[in-house]
Design a protein around this ligand. Structure first.
Ligand SMILES: Cc1ncc(COP(=O)(O)O)c(C=O)c1O
Length: 358
């Protein structure tokens, strides 16, 4: 018999497949290199305050500290992770059952997931070629059909930056049509390439950021939306009443202090170095068809041995992400860059791997 809940739930929710986050997929392992987290904790300070009062309605001190970090005056607001930013933007600007968003696949799955959850359709204008760059003409042509264009730079799971000139062309071509969200979750691994500076010129540009990656604070849940006042006016209507738990807010303020930023920069440089050493150590393996250039804390590897490699690493306690569910990434495995010791171990394992019959 159909349950009451099943009778009441809208069709869009009944069809929805829960987002397959690394935690949800779970599994067993020793080295967790499947969620693009920083492998070891970074400690920014300790607090023993009381938590009996509701937190700030909008943590202005955090927003101010983040603007300073980004060297910008454009309005910033803290939310519980970049994922909440994506959800908030879809709910703010899209009408369920009527509106559409546009994405360029392969890309971060949460854009389409948040749209699906709201019965908002997703138009896909896939990334082009082996360099995974934007199909600017295709996007501009379809933009009038969409309310929001979600682009990710550097892109997850391909690892590359989108060309700044292409982003500008998209912004130029869609100014009267759609909001353009650039998800810069991994930008600290190539900070000079940020497009935050373009917000002042393009009123339709929104940048989302996170402290989950380079700052190593995935458990604290802090992300940011940076956009002009006109956009913020609507976003702030829907923002949860207490968007940031106080205990998170304190850690975030420490992380965004000059000392905190220095710690994050040092740890980011270590990850980048571990990435180069790792790539150099494995690149001669003939069964690896391609290691994609990476501007992030992960690398995407193309090999026909993808399932075998994924399982082999898993048997050795190393959990990675098989991207084969994405048609464009049919033979790809994504490996997060952990500490240099971990990556030396993973490189040794990969170099010891003997090719299995397909
Ligand atoms: C491209 C991209 N955007 C956003 C997020 C979500 O980040 P947060 O932890 O801030 O919700 C992720 C997490 O993996 C991501 O890869």
């Amino acid at each position: 018999m159909t349950s009451l809940a099943a009778k009441l739930a809208p069709e869009s929710i009944k069809k929805l497949i829960p987002y397959q986050s690394a935690r949800r997929i779970g599994g067993e392992g020793r080295l967790w290199l499947n969620a693009n987290e920083l492998e070891h904790g970074v400690h920014y300070g300790t607090h023993t305050d009381d938590y009996n009062r509701y937190p700030d309605f909008l943590p202005h001190d955090i927003a101010k500290a983040y603007q300073k970090y980004c060297k910008t005056d454009v309005p910033a607001v803290a939310v519980r992770g970049a994922d909440e930013a994506i959800d908030l933007l879809v709910r703010t600007f899209c009408k369920p059952g009527a509106d559409k968003i546009l994405i360029s696949s392969p890309t971060y799955a949460m854009y389409e997931f948040c749209a699906d959850a709201m019965a908002v359709e997703t138009i896909d204008v896939p990334l082009k070629g082996d360099l995974f760059q934007l199909d600017v003409e295709g996007i501009v042509e379809k933009a009038p059909l969409a309310k929001i264009i979600f682009l990710c730079s550097p892109n997850n799971p391909t690892g590359n930056l989108l060309s700044r000139a292409d982003i500008v062309s998209v912004l130029e071509g869609t100014q009267q049509e759609a909001l353009v969200v650039i998800d810069e979750a991994y930008i600290e691994f190539e900070l000079a390439e940020t497009v935050v500076d373009l917000i002042a010129t393009y009123p339709n540009l929104i940048v989302i950021r996170t402290l989950s990656k380079a700052f190593g604070l995935a458990a604290v849940r802090c992300g940011f939306i940076l956009a002009n006042e006109d956009v913020m006016e609507f976003v702030l209507k829907l923002i949860p009443p207490y968007p940031m738990p106080d205990c998170s807010a304190k850690i975030v303020l420490d992380a965004l202090s000059p000392e905190g930023i220095d710690i994050a920069i040092k740890s980011t440089l270590e990850v980048i170095e571990a990435k180069h050493t790792f790539i150099n150590a494995i690149k001669e393996n003939q069964w690896i068809e391609k290691i994609y250039p990476s501007s992030t804390n992960f690398v995407l590897i193309r090999t026909h041995q993808k399932a075998q490699l994924f399982n082999y690493l898993k048997e050795h306690g190393v959990v990675t992400r098989n991207q084969s569910h994405e048609p464009a990434l049919n033979n790809c495995v994504r490996i997060t860059i952990g500490s240099s010791e971990s990556m030396i171990e993973v490189a040794q394992l990969i170099n010891q791997y003997s090719v299995s019959p397909l």
